[in-house]
Ligand binder design. Structure first.
Ligand code: SF4
Length: 366
């Protein structure tokens, strides 16, 4: 067994508060994910993730609001009109959304996400968001997973009580979707200007994606200075245009989770993976989603009867990876990324490790 010196050097540099450069990340991405060197990479990412969150992982609950034949036509998504999975639109009554949000909070969700299709009216989304916000505890982070933003819609979302948006420059953006990459990047900027945190992820990764494209997305997301990053694999929904490519394994996904974690350096608490799995949690993921309602990876309008996991299932997976789960409101969604600035300021070594160590508030762990 042999771990190349360059890999050891990269891991040491990240451990000392530096950031891997593009060449470093390319080298990591090209390591065979079953190799001993990849094992070292995953172990290093795990250590950084555990330290960043004080070994207290987080679980968000994502509530899908609606089903539609979405004209954005992302070919991996069950809502895309072109895939024809859901012929009829539908929408959860706002009372049901509120009930699910409040129940999730009571069951231990650290944050609540509201997710809508790319064509869902923004005014309606804001209305539902305000109603949910009114019923949640004020300290519970509410996060929007919606279409691209304008300065006006971003401000409206922030005013409605959302603290963050989930947004990504996805694999094949503009090629496998009808959304130009520039539009996604503009939304990143607009969200930030509106005072919204950005959560993001390298997704949805399939076996056909090259090192170049994965690297491009990692660098884009790092430059956006998100409050969390991570990696998610594409689930092959029957009937969707990309299902013919197959899926990557949980081990391959775990390796990408590790590289995404290391790309952000030590200056970030959150690193996600989806769908929740133990190998990912053992390779640097400390953030999972439980899901209810419509979901772009499912053919059932209520994913809780299908692919969606509940909070208890996510908690069990984290416990199998020897994580505790944070009790109370998310820390991840309230701390901005400081890595690029710190690295550019020449931060390195023990001094920076001490200065940048993130201290989540004292909470009772399970
Ligand atoms: S991923 Fe979002 S924008 Fe794309 S088709 Fe699905 S719902 Fe529409």
């Amino acid at each position: 067994m042999n771990v190349p010196n360059r890999v050891t050097e990269i891991l040491a540099r990240v451990g000392d508060g530096g950031l891997p450069d593009e060449g470093d990340l390319r080298l990591l991405l090209e390591l065979p994910h079953r190799s001993a060197a990849a094992g070292e990479v995953m172990a290093a990412a795990r250590e950084i993730a555990r330290e960043a969150c004080g070994n207290r992982a987080e679980i968000c609950v994502q509530i899908g609001l609606n089903v539609s034949a979405c004209p954005m036509n992302c070919r991996f998504c069950s809502f895309a009109a072109v895939n024809g999975v859901f012929p009829d639109p539908s929408e959860l009554p706002v009372g049901d959304v509120v009930e699910r949000a409040v129940r999730s909070e009571a069951e231990g969700a650290n944050s609540i996400y509201l997710m809508a299709t790319g064509d869902y009216p923004m005014a309606r989304f804001v209305e539902v968001g305000q109603e949910v916000r009114r019923h949640l505890r004020s300290e519970t982070p509410l996060v929007a997973n919606v279409g691209d933003l304008t300065p006006t819609t971003a401000r409206t979302i922030a005013d409605a009580g959302f603290c963050a948006v989930y947004h990504a420059a996805r694999m094949g953006e503009g090629r496998e979707t009808a959304i130009p990459l520039e539009k996604r990047l503009r939304t990143f900027r607009i969200a930030r200007e509106a005072g919204l945190q950005l959560g993001t992820c390298v997704e949805p990764v399939g076996p056909e994606h090259t090192t170049d494209e994965i690297l491009e997305k990692i660098l884009i997301h790092r430059a956006a200075e998100p409050c969390f990053s991570g990696a998610m694999r594409r689930i092959n929904v029957p009937g969707t245009g990309l299902a013919r490519h197959g899926q990557i394994s949980e081990l391959r996904l775990a390796y990408l989770v590790a590289v995404a974690r290391l790309a952000m350096g030590r200056f970030l608490i959150g690193n996600c993976t989806h769908e929740p799995n133990v190998p990912g949690a053992c390779a640097g993921a400390n953030l999972f989603w439980a899901e209810v309602g419509p979901n772009p990876r499912d053919t059932d309008r209520r994913t809780e009867r299908g692919r969606g996991m509940d909070i208890a299932a996510c908690r069990r997976l984290f416990e199998e990876a020897e994580y505790s789960v944070l009790e109370g409101p998310s820390v991840i969604h309230t701390r901005p990324y400081a890595g690029v600035a710190a690295a550019e300021a020449g931060a390195c070594g023990r001094h920076v490790r001490a200065a940048s160590r993130i201290h989540p508030p004292p909470v009772t762990a399970v």
